[in-house]
Design a protein around this ligand. Structure first.
Ligand SMILES: [Zn+2]
Length: 338
């Protein structure tokens, strides 16, 4: 169903949300399409339509779009298209995240990757001035925390440089459970020192200790984080600190972090007063839109429309925006809550 209230998307990966027809076109252009592969098989290849093994298994799906996202022009086009898609879906504010270090395989620098995304954002905004777009730079967990420490620190420094000039915050994404999340504290130590707002993936496939780690970093937002439900102590801490959770129901189920929509604890968290929000994570990889997530909320998860509007209020209040802009967004949601 198409919901008419102003939608907010706080957790959306650029490389997981490319239009399938664009990946197909660029794959053909670059001669990357395997022999005998047709469009239909290809689109199945780029998506996780059934629950896969786990989060790290789902992550292999990013290899395909990332292969063509090594070219500044393509990155710009893909970003612009995503901005337009969000606007056309009725999203009034969306935060798009990507990891600059994943776009350097063919010689682009992290800075050039950021510039390419910011250019795409501007082009999208020219066509859809009604939408607000924030950009989050992801640091990556790819194995041992020392493996790409330099790259991660470079991302944080670039975030500082571009903060308020198109970039809104940083994040840590990638493989989970290889080393303890807390080993990546160096990213957030620097972010705090440089006063860069941040969110952090945690508490998804791994237990609630990763939520504790993210809270210890000082995160005001946590990507996924639904494992907090397993710890009354951490729920209490989340309540006290007003931490916002970026919940992505379909993603959690396809990555087998949760059994089903009905078994997802997000409604219980909301009823406890915890600030949860609903997001898609990856529109293409999970073949899902925000409207479809809301359908699941209403039909399979026990939410009411008032709950959705309440969560949109939480999303507005947690947006990585300057106070004045945030206030406008909060006001926009409030007029619908009445
Ligand atoms: Zn994510």
């Amino acid at each position: 169903m198409k919901y008419t209230y102003p939608k907010i998307e706080l957790h959306l990966h650029l490389d997981g949300s490319i239009r399938p027809e664009t990946v197909w076109e660029l794959y053909q252009k670059e001669g990357l399409v395997e022999n005998g592969m047709d469009y239909e098989t290809f689109t199945r290849e780029v998506a996780v339509l059934e629950p896969c093994q786990d989060v790290n298994d789902c992550l292999t799906k990013f290899d395909l779009p990332l292969k063509i996202m090594q070219d500044a022009e393509y990155i710009t086009r893909i970003t612009k298209e995503l901005v337009c898609d969000l606007a056309e879906q009725g999203v009034v504010y969306g935060e798009i995240r990507f990891a600059p270090q994943l776009h350097t395989q063919k010689g682009l620098t992290q800075r050039e990757a950021i510039e390419a995304v910011l250019k795409g954002k501007e082009e999208g905004l020219k066509e859809h001035p009604e939408i607000g777009i924030g950009i989050i730079l992801c640091c990556m967990s790819i194995g041992l925390e020392t493996l790409n420490k330099e790259e991660n620190l470079e991302t944080v420094r670039l975030a500082k440089e571009y903060l308020g000039k198109g970039v809104n915050a940083i994040d840590l994404a990638g493989a989970e459970g290889i080393v303890p999340l807390r080993n990546f504290h160096y990213i957030f130590d620097l972010a705090r020192e440089l006063e860069i707002p941040f969110t952090c993936h945690g508490g998804d496939s791994q237990d609630c200790e990763t939520v504790r780690d993210a809270m210890d970093f000082g995160a005001v937002r946590i990507g996924h984080g639904h494992a907090v439900y397993e710890s009354p102590e951490l729920c209490q801490r989340a309540l006290q600190k007003g931490i916002t959770f970026e919940i992505c129901p379909t993603s959690n189920i396809r990555c087998r972090s949760r059994e089903s929509y009905a078994a997802h604890p997000v409604k219980k968290l909301l009823d406890m007063g915890i600030r949860v929000t609903i997001n898609t994570d990856n529109m293409t990889i999970f073949n899902v839109t925000l409207d479809e997530e809301y359908d699941h909320c209403l039909n399979d998860m026990g939410f009411t429309e008032a709950d959705i509007l309440k969560m949109l209020g939480y999303a507005a209040e947690a947006a990585f925006l300057p106070e004045e802009e945030k206030a406008k967004l909060v006001e926009k949601i409030k007029t619908y809550q009445k």
